[in-house]
Design a protein around this ligand. Structure first.
Ligand code: IPE
Ligand code: IPE
Ligand code: MG
Length: 245
């Protein structure tokens, strides 16, 4: 007699990364090539976010992390920063219902509490409304910088050590990981950067320790479900070794 379970869970396909992170770059250059203002590139970038989040869900990616605003992006002109915030408001207002419907959990990494109070409230509300969902996780990096994340984690651990709650000499990599904004997310498998730039720009430095890196020339507003499918196919061809043979 077979003892196979009647309901088998969805097969885990090793060729599909569990956690994909994307550095969505190239909006400005996309707009420039069309003689449009940079904000037009950001608007088109939001459309790409919709396409790619839907595609990632359809492909069975458990967690998708999108770099939307870095802690260094405050260096941009005030009107561009304002336009990016405006687009974020619009995105949450128009897409929250779909995320709830699709059983997506929304999480934010980064110090988003530095944003305008209404935007902070909007983000908190969106996270609360999706907190009990059990499906894929959409992580948006807002005012995120990996070094600031590590500094904050280090300070919390140092404070606990100073208070005698933990032994500083016994701190492990797991302890550090538990203090990061990404705690409890699946391990990062694949980092994709669009627009041809080949750098991490302070994104998930710790988490990317053994992630596969993929740099594509496509500008973010041109990124489609097919671009993601190609990236995932390329990931499937990589041989991950983690220092072993
Ligand atoms: C990425 O596109 C979007 C954000 C950083 C918010 P850019 O605005 O950096 O586009 P380029 O790099 O100038 O083309
Ligand atoms: C990284 O892109 C940040 C985001 C995609 C949000 P940038 O365009 O800000 O990065 P640099 O300045 O070219 O390194
Ligand atoms: Mg850029």
């Amino acid at each position: 007699m077979s003892t196979a379970p009647i309901l088998s869970s969805v097969p885990v396909d090793a060729a599909v990364p569990r956690h994909v992170a994307i550095i969505m770059d190239g909006n400005g250059r996309w707009a420039k090539a069309r003689h449009l203002p940079r904000v037009a590139g950001h608007k088109a970038g939001v459309e790409a976010v919709r396409r790619v989040t839907r595609a990632a869900r359809a492909m069975g990616v458990e967690a998708l992390t999108l770099y939307a605003f870095s802690s260094e992006n405050w260096r941009r002109p005030e009107d561009e920063v304002g336009a990016l915030m405006g687009l974020l408001r619009l995105f949450i207002r128009s897409d929250l219902a779909e995320l709830v419907e699709e059983n997506v959990r929304l999480r934010v990494i980064g110090d988003y509490r530095r944003f305008a109070p209404d935007l902070v409230a909007l983000v908190d509300d969106a996270m609360a409304k999706t907190a009990h969902n059990s499906g894929p996780i959409l992580v948006i990096a807002l005012n995120y910088g990996s070094q600031a994340e590590l500094v904050a984690a280090t300070r919390r651990l140092a404070a606990r050590a100073a208070a005698g709650e933990i032994d500083a000499a016994a701190i492990t990599a797991d302890d550090i990981e538990a203090e990061l904004d990404t705690a409890a997310l699946p391990p990062l498998d694949l980092v994709i950067r669009s627009s041809g730039e080949q750098r991490l720009s302070n994104f998930l430095l710790w988490q990317a320790a053994y992630a596969e890196l993929l740099f594509v020339d496509t500008l973010w507003p041109d990124f489609t479900a097919d671009t993601l499918a190609e990236a995932i196919a390329a990931f499937g061809q990589r041989q991950r070794r983690y220092g072993g043979l």
